[in-house]
Design a binder for this molecule. Sequence first.
Ligand SMILES: [Zn+2]
Length: 156
Amino acid sequence: MTKDVKCTECGDRMISTREDRPYSKLPGVLLLGVEVLRCPKCGESEVVIPKPNQLGDLLARHLIEKRDRLVGPEIRFLRTHLGLPGAELARRMGVSPETISRWENGKDTMGPVADRLLRLLVAGDMPREALAKIGDDPRPLSLAVRASRAGWKEAA
Ligand SMILES: [Zn+2]
C-alpha cells in the first residue's frame, strides 16, 4: 500500500482504494484490483502499477499470440516494448516513419505481412504455425489481469 502520497494538482493527501481499471495503454485490457490513489479535494486520481516490466512482458506475449490483427495502440505498445523510436522500427520494417505513425494512430490499418513481421520482431522464437492462424480483422486483445505477490497473471 502506498503511503502519504500528495496530490500533484492541489497538494492534498491522496486516499488509496482498490479498483478494476482499464489499462490506459491498451484498449480491452482490464487491471483487476489495482491500487488507485484519489485526491478527496480535487478528484485527481492515479493508478499504481506494480512490476510494470513483468506486466509488459505478459501483455506482449498475449499480443503476439492473439488471433485478431493488431490495432493501433497495440502496435505502439509493442514498439515501446521493443524500446524503439518510430524511426528505428520504420527502418527495421522497411517502411517510412509516417507509416508507423499512421498505424499507431489508427489512420491506416497495418497489412497482414507487416502485422506478422512486427510480432516476429517482438517474439523472436514465435511458433511459425501461429502465423497462419491470425485472422483478417483488427480487434483489440480482450484480457483481464491481476497482480499478486508473484506478479501479474491472467484472471480466471
Ligand atoms: Zn488534489
